[in-house]
Design a protein around this ligand. Structure first.
Ligand code: HEM
Length: 406
């Protein structure tokens, strides 16, 4: 056991011994979230010597204020000002303006509404075919046979990756999302075979590996136009591969899990398919795929009477903020009519998820295809959690689809 880290003298706030990266916490975070939200607007996690915020108001405000809560010192527990990261930092997630403004402009353009209109038809054909397949099977593992299959089928093609080696994508995402937390057993296991996986990913980011016209090669077009440098271009392609798969896999798995637990909500959506899009926001609020991100303070900042000194890590509990009763009444209730405006499942402020249109499109198309075919979704066994330091992740979700009578 390591010694608890004492609270910095100038900060007066509650201290919690809760370990947000322990197996118990990651497997079922919600009772711990309740405790953290209730002990105060800001608290000190003495296992790691970091501050934390779990209420919606403070999390939302910190995400909006990049000048005070910067990302340039890492969005994970490591402070890049003090330690060298195991991989070159992302030139989007882990930088502040002005670099961020430049890279973000390029990425937003590539993942724009117009780009989604271009891929929509191809994605739709694949969603419909996959829905035919899984509904014909009836009993499936909704993670292995649906949630992992769809994004892995459509997104790497849209980026323009070669077919060989795509089995490296999910292990890479898993290790990167683990690496935002401490170097615990979960992290160590995920990086046990890191070398060939990381090498494959890095190789795919160079221009000659990417199909012309895809999202990846459009990043290199921005390099040609002088908007970004070569290092930025390579890490932007890498960002797509890091952030674009595990997140949506869990988004889809969490949606199926939510509807399997709430048959009335599936029926409500069948009665009114116009609810499909907003239902995904409720899934994201209720079971947020990305649970936490860190920031680092750039100055002494006062929050509700506590001074957080400059140069400290602050853990923002997005998943807890999304279940704060101060913002969302009866937060445990999954209700697709809720319209959970202001949820922070995609973050907030300048780093708000730049790939959210891709995620929204994938989930909309999968739910639409299933809704046309599926009467009920029943869980046939308890889901098996896959523990990850950042993601709310399911390893296996055995379900049965009962097809609609035609
Ligand atoms: C359900 C799916 C997804 C969820 C829940 C999600 C969540 C998030 C969150 C919370 C952030 C904010 C990070 C921060 O503030 O530090 C973020 C940023 C980001 N996301 Fe997503 N994401 C999803 C899908 C995607 C997809 C499909 C892509 C790629 C196409 C993607 C690419 C990115 C990138 C590159 C950033 C960094 C943006 C920046 O720093 O400006 N995400 N995402």
């Amino acid at each position: 056991m390591t010694q608890p880290v004492p609270l910095p003298v100038q900060a007066a706030c509650p201290v919690s011994p809760i370990d947000p990266f322990s197996d118990e916490f990651l497997a079922y975070p919600y009772r711990f979230h309740d405790q953290l939200r209730e002990i105060g607007p800001v608290f000190w996690l003495d296992t790691y010597g970091v501050f934390g915020m779990a209420r919606h108001a403070e999390v939302h405000a910190a995400l909006s204020d990049w000048q005070t809560y910067c990302s340039g010192r890492g969005a994970g527990i490591e402070d890049f000002a003090k330690v060298k990261s195991w991989r070159p930092p992302s030139k989007l997630l882990e930088v502040d303006p002005p670099v961020h403004t430049r890279t973000r402009t390029v990425m937003s353009r590539i993942l724009s509404p117009a780009a989604m209109r271009q891929v929509r038809e191809t994605f739709t054909v694949r969603a419909e075919a996959l829905a035919d397949d899984v509904v014909a099977k009836g009993r499936i593992d909704a993670v292995k046979e649906l949630a992992e299959v769809f994004p892995l089928h459509v997104f790497p093609d849209a980026v323009g990756l070669r077919p060989e080696g795509r089995e490296n994508l999910l292990p890479f995402g898993n290790m990167v999302f683990n690496s935002f937390g401490p170097q615990n057993a979960i992290f160590k296991e995920s990086v046990a075979n890191a070398k060939p996986v990381v090498q494959w990913i890095y190789d795919q980011c160079s221009r000659d590996m990417l199909r012309p016209g895809g999202f990846g090669s459009q990043v290199w077009d921005a390099f040609d136009a002088g908007e970004i440098d070569a290092e930025e271009a390579a890490t932007l392609v890498r960002s797509m591969l890091t952030a674009g798969l595990d997140t949506t896999v869990n988004g889809i798995a969490n949606a199926i899990y939510a509807f399997a637990q709430h048959p009335d909500q599936w029926r409500a959506m069948r009665d009114d398919p116009s609810l499909i899009r907003q239902s995904f926001d409720e899934v994201l609020r209720w079971e947020s795929p990305v649970q936490t991100f860190f920031r680092t303070t750039t100055r002494d900042v006062e929050v509700e009477g506590t001074t957080i000194p400059e140069g400290h890590k602050v853990l923002l509990f997005l998943g807890a903020a999304n279940r704060d009763h101060r913002k969302f009444p009866e937060p445990e209730r999954f209700d697709i009519r809720r319209r959970p405006i202001g949820h922070v499942a995609f973050g907030n402020g300048i780093h708000t998820c730049v790939g959210q249109l891709v995620a929204r499109l994938e989930v909309e198309l999968i739910l639409t295809a299933l809704l046309k075919r599926v009467d009920t979704i029943t869980m046939t066994a308890e889901p098996v959690r896959k523990l990850n330091n950042t993601l709310r992740s399911i390893g296996s979700l055995p379900i049965e689809f009962k097809a609609l009578a035609h």
